[in-house]
Design a protein around this ligand. Structure first.
Ligand code: DGL
Length: 272
């Protein structure tokens, strides 16, 4: 699985809890984060590079795109080239948000890249045409999370401004269409009000991954040796451990530098 940084750890947490016997390899592309403001072709390039690494060099049996910005532009390419099942975060979140809404008005928030790509708008039309969707890009939210500032006055003031269109539209459900945003749930909840349901694409994606693994019969048996969790970062590895452990928990006790040099022609022995 991969994300531009720490956001995908919300999905990793859910996956570890739901699938305690599975190996997990997480790539946080912190050296090139944020993806949100970058042009689509650049994000597509990063996503395919990391996807190729995880499937070819590491030998993963499934790929989870734990980043809405990457999933908005790269799902087709990743599915075509990877040779393994690929799960993204958009569809599971959209489905859950449409189901949760009582008044049929759903707000979707994400990075500039995600909202600008139109991927959620298209998905909403296809999956839930009866739902009225209000989208808002939230530039700045990801930066607060990556700095570890998940609450406080500054992020609250920013949230008041960015979420104003959703309040005006009287949405009763907000889809957190960026895997970083669950870390800001308290602030977003305070601004939107108690009656508004926040849907995390992280949890919903983990449920989809579990269902797919069960359906394909590719799960590790519960009697197998304890699973390994590997954490790879393209940026400062010490910071990745320090910050990542605060966000994810004790499983993130060490990290490796992501090496994207060309893979060997066949997967290394014991690849998984
Ligand atoms: N966590 C990513 C997402 O879900 C994006 C963060 C970024 O801008 O890099 O969209």
């Amino acid at each position: 699985m991969f994300d531009s940084g720490f956001g995908g750890l919300t999905v990793a947490r859910s996956l570890i809890d739901l699938l305690p016997h599975e190996h997990l390899v997480y790539v946080g592309d912190t050296g090139r984060y944020p993806y949100g403001p970058r042009p689509a072709h650049e994000v597509l390039g990063f996503a395919t590079e990391i996807g190729d690494h995880l499937t070819t060099a590491v030998g993963c049996k499934m790929l989870v795109v734990a980043c809405n910005t990457a999933a908005s532009v790269a799902m087709t390419a990743l599915t075509e080239r990877s040779g393994v099942p690929v799960v993204g975060v958009l569809e599971p979140g959209m489905r859950a948000a449409a189901k949760a809404s009582r008044n049929g008005r759903v707000g979707i928030i994400g990075t500039v890249g995600t909202i600008g790509s139109g991927a959620y708008q298209e998905l909403a039309r296809a999956m839930a045409p009866e739902v009225e969707v209000t989208c808002a890009a939230c530039p700045g939210f990801v930066e607060f999370v990556e700095r570890g500032e998940t609450d406080g006055d500054q992020v609250h003031v920013l949230a008041e401004r960015l979420l104003a269109p959703l309040r005006e539209a009287e949405v009763d459900t907000v889809l957190l269409g960026c895997t970083h945003y669950p870390y800001l749930a308290r602030t977003i909840g305070d601004v939107m009000g108690r009656d508004v349901v926040l849907v995390s694409s992280a949890d919903e994606t983990a449920f989809d991954v579990r269902a797919l693994i069960d359906r394909l019969g590719i799960g590790r048996p519960s009697t197998a040796p304890a699973p390994r969790h590997r954490w790879l970062s393209s940026g400062d590895v010490d910071w990745f451990v320090e910050m990542g452990q605060r966000l994810l928990g004790p499983e993130l006790d060490s990290a490796e530098t992501l090496d994207l040099s060309p893979p060997p022609t066949s997967p290394p022995d014991g690849a998984w």
